[in-house]
Design a protein around this ligand. Structure first.
Ligand SMILES: C[S@@+](CC[C@H](N)C(=O)[O-])C[C@H]1O[C@@H](n2cnc3c(N)ncnc32)[C@H](O)[C@@H]1O
Length: 248
């Protein structure tokens, strides 16, 4: 069943520009908070998906980038994109789990992870990836966060069921410090970043409605996506993805 669901996810997302909310402006804005960017040589992009942010990282730096994901189908697209942009010498892909990354300690000047750290949890990711960074290296992640003090029960229930680590930005920043980093900055994603992710999905879901499926993994995957879209439609003023930039 798990295998079938993974296949559904791959088929649904592999032709999409992105597998999570984001845009070029946000990636660039976060990069600009990294001091000494011109001296960054080694970047690790964790949970890279089909590599939208990987290409931006290559365009805005002179670094070598290792793009890691669990799904080889996504990594094939990253390779195609890298070749199209002529970055094949600077972008390497590696199929690996973010929980067991096959790299030496003190390897990277910059670790990047857009919309993916939730797969292992914010605190866990911050702690485990710390050792892979060189001293003074930077970690940049985007993470779903509350942006208001009060929020409706329905929304709280949704997130507690889906990602209980969702929290206020101030608490996330405290966690950054507790994990041994210096907080450098944070900012929320603009609406366009969510549109980049959701607009293609809405079209894809509409296409499925024409041919109702009896395939259970597909149906439950679509149901989850629709619930997520409804939450965003009703309550987007209460939460957002936030970029957290921190230094070891
Ligand atoms: C929400 S998507 C974000 C993708 C991309 N960074 C973006 O913003 O478009 C999360 C990505 O993490 C990958 N992923 C999930 N669990 C993983 C794991 N344990 N190790 C490595 N990658 C994982 C998924 O395959 C997916 O590509």
């Amino acid at each position: 069943m798990e295998q079938e669901l993974t296949q559904v996810i791959i088929e649904f997302f592999k032709n999409n520009e992105r597998q999570g909310p984001g845009n070029e402006w946000a990636t660039t804005h976060a990069l600009n908070l990294v001091e000494g960017l011109d001296k960054v040589e080694q970047i690790l992009d964790i949970g890279c998906g089909t590599g939208a942010q990987t290409i931006t990282l290559a365009q805005k730096t002179n670094a070598t980038i290792i793009a890691v994901d669990l799904l080889s189908s996504f990594l094939k697209v990253v390779e195609q994109r890298a070749a199209w942009w002529n970055f094949q010498d600077r972008i390497q892909v590696q199929e690996a789990s973010m929980q067991a990354l096959p790299f030496e300690e003190d390897t990277f000047d910059l670790i990047w992870s857009e919309g993916a750290i939730y797969h292992m949890g914010f605190e866990n990711g911050l702690k485990q990836w710390y050792k892979l960074l060189k001293t003074d290296g930077y970690l940049v992640v985007s993470e779903i966060s509350w942006i208001t003090q009060e929020r409706p029960h329905e929304l709280v229930n949704y997130w507690v069921n889906n990602y209980p680590e969702i929290d206020l930005i101030s608490n996330k920043m405290k966690m950054v410090e507790q994990c041994g980093y210096l907080p450098v900055g944070c900012f929320t994603l603009p609406r366009e970043a969510w549109d980049n992710y959701y607009h293609p999905i809405i079209k894809q879901i509409a296409a499925y409605f024409g041919k109702p499926t009896t395939d259970t993994p597909t149906q439950s995957f679509l149901d989850q996506l629709i619930e997520e879209l409804i939450m965003y439609q009703r309550y987007s003023q209460f939460y957002n993805y936030v970029f957290y930039v921190m230094k070891k």
